[in-house]
Design a protein around this ligand. Structure first.
Ligand SMILES: CC(C)(COP(=O)(O)OP(=O)(O)OC[C@H]1O[C@@H](n2cnc3c(N)ncnc32)[C@H](O)[C@@H]1O)[C@@H](O)C(=O)NCCC(=O)NCCS
Ligand SMILES: Nc1ncnc2c1ncn2[C@@H]1O[C@H](COP(=O)(O)OP(=O)(O)OP(=O)(O)O)[C@@H](O)[C@H]1O
Length: 249
């Protein structure tokens, strides 16, 4: 997903310049294990926002995105009860980059707004960092700019294909099309600050996630120092300004 709105004040606030909060971008590829990793982080009490969940909410029946999808893709992408036929829509957009671009242009703006809303909410609840689970994070350089840390949930290509087929029951052909709609996981490796290798068993993944959690928590210890530094600098500037005004006249 592209978070290309660089003027967005909430994400600007949450960038590394903000001493009170930071964002962690977590990504991977289809079936690489993002949800598995996220469920461990949630167990540890982390605040996580899942773009796939928001992607489902914003296309519920009657929403503006739903209406636009029906307008552009026709009623053949609806189930009998009027809801979106996700399998059908998936089979269309994963074989046609132009239609995928169209669906992205309809769904990404409301997903982005949902992420902003939830980020703000966690900020007001007092969380010092929020983990954003965004499947297409590394596909957009604009999005990674807002993250203090980026995490790649990796698994080797063969394991990824096997897990995707086992989970979704897709044919090998459809599986390959879905994989081709994203950057290969290997090319995302140099882009990430932290890598969780989920090619092995769940215990091995859990151990790595706990290490990541410890590192994120350690980052927090710098926050009070930064708050103090920013307060001190602001105070000094205010003092200099007052003195300047008093002695200049
Ligand atoms: C095409 C849709 C209807 C298929 O639904 P389905 O229930 O089969 O899959 P689900 O939503 O659970 O997505 C599974 C995975 O597919 C991949 N994926 C989904 N959409 C895209 C996309 N536009 N481009 C590349 N990969 C995608 C992601 O890795 C995601 O984790 C759905 O994925 C969708 O609405 N996609 C557009 C919104 C989007 O970009 N979502 C990704 C998060 S921002
Ligand atoms: N270490 C593991 N060992 C065995 N199976 C695993 C492991 N990690 C994940 N799986 C299985 O692989 C599948 C994909 O995992 P998961 O749902 O966590 O991936 P994902 O990246 O969130 O997928 P997507 O975003 O595409 O829905 C699931 O069926 C999950 O149970």
């Amino acid at each position: 997903m592209s978070l290309s709105n660089t003027d967005n004040p909430v994400f600007q606030l949450a960038r590394s310049a903000n001493p009170a909060m930071f964002l962690v971008g977590l990504s991977g590829g289809i079936a690489s294990g993002k949800s598995t990793v996220v469920s461990i982080l949630r167990e540890m009490g982390c605040a996580v926002i899942d773009a796939d969940v928001l992607a489902r909410q914003v296309v519920q029946r009657g929403t503006p995105a739903y209406n636009q999808i029906v307008y552009h893709f026709g009623e053949e992408v609806l189930l009998q009860n009027g809801e979106l036929d996700r399998e059908k829509l998936g089979s269309i957009i994963f074989s046609d980059p132009e239609k995928r671009g169209l669906l992205n242009s309809i769904t990404h703006p409301p997903i982005r707004r949902g992420m902003l809303r939830e980020t703000l909410w966690y900020f007001f609840l007092g969380y010092r960092y929020v983990i954003l689970d965004i499947p297409l994070l590394f596909e957009s350089r604009n999005t990674t700019r807002y993250m203090k840390h980026t995490v790649l949930v990796y698994c080797d290509p063969q394991t990824q294909v096997e897990r995707l087929i086992r989970r979704s029951g897709l044919s090998r052909d459809d599986t390959m099309k879905r994989l081709a709609s994203q950057l290969p996981l290997d090319s995302k490796l140099p882009l990430a600050d932290h890598v969780i290798n989920n090619s092995g068993d769940r215990d091995s993944t859990r151990r790595q996630v706990l290490q990541l959690y410890a590192r994120l928590e350690t980052s927090l210890s710098y926050l009070p120092v930064r708050v103090a530094a920013v307060t001190l600098t602001t105070g000094l500037l205010a003092l200099m300004w007052t003195l300047f005004r008093r002695f200049w006249h």
